[in-house]
Design a protein around this ligand. Structure first.
Ligand code: HEC
Ligand code: HEC
Ligand code: HEC
Length: 126
């Protein structure tokens, strides 16, 4: 009995990634401000990492600023406030970006340099 249960559990575990689709399962991040994101929501879920890196390269290599995938814009609309009404930082599991990344074990170094809080309330600049 316990052996069969063990095998069943193993099979269920092995089947998980396939059952969840080809992509990492998505948790429920807090909704952003405003009507819509800077691009289609489904597109944002899949390609925000690529777009952010593309935007970064455009700024650093070509000096193009103010694009729609600016990192500061993300934090302005997606700030999550704690009990003290202040925006939480990236090390907080409720932080918009962290709410998914922690779940999906995605590691980014962006916030080593960039503020993870909205510009007006950020303690440090970019
Ligand atoms: C070592 C520090 C550092 C790290 C790490 C870093 N950046 Fe930057 N980033 C900068 C600097 C400096 C600029 C130039 C700022 C400017 O001139 O406006 C910049 C510019 C940008 C820009 C263009 C400005 C804007 O917001 O539109 C984007 C987008 C960006 N970075 C995204 C990222 C992302 C995404 C990551 C993580 C994958 C990342 N950066 C990691 C330092 C860093
Ligand atoms: C003008 C405000 C605004 C800006 C700027 C913005 N977003 Fe959004 N974002 C939203 C809203 C509103 C939604 C929810 C849309 C919906 O439910 O259809 C959203 C949804 C998302 C989602 C999907 C979340 C989910 O529930 O699965 C991701 C990922 C995302 N945004 C990332 C970003 C990133 C990265 C940036 C910066 C490049 C950014 N957003 C900039 C308002 C914004
Ligand atoms: C809906 C869940 C979700 C949200 C919200 C989210 N991310 Fe992500 N992010 C992911 C997943 C999953 C990956 C890895 C797979 C991929 O690239 O799509 C990722 C990848 C990335 C990457 C690329 C990492 C690499 O090494 O290539 C960057 C940069 C990034 N996210 C930045 C952000 C920022 C900044 C925010 C908040 C403004 C954010 N993400 C919000 C789920 C999310």
């Amino acid at each position: 009995m316990s052996f069969r249960l063990g095998v069943w559990l193993l099979l269920a575990l092995l089947a998980l990634p396939a059952a969840a689709g080809e992509r990492v399962p998505v948790p429920q991040p807090q909704r952003g401000q405003g009507e819509a994101c800077v691009a289609d929501t489904e597109y944002m879920r899949r390609f925000h990492g690529d777009e952010l890196k593309r935007q970064r390269d455009q700024t650093l290599r070509l000096g193009i600023r103010g694009g729609k995938f600016a990192l500061s814009g993300c934090l302005d609309c997606h700030a999550v406030r704690g009990a003290d009404a202040k925006p939480v930082d990236y090390d907080d599991p409720r932080h918009f970006c962290q709410s998914c990344h922690g779940f999906a074990a995605v590691r980014i170094d962006c916030f080593d340099c960039h503020s993870a809080k909205p510009e007006q309330t950020a303690g440090r600049s970019k």
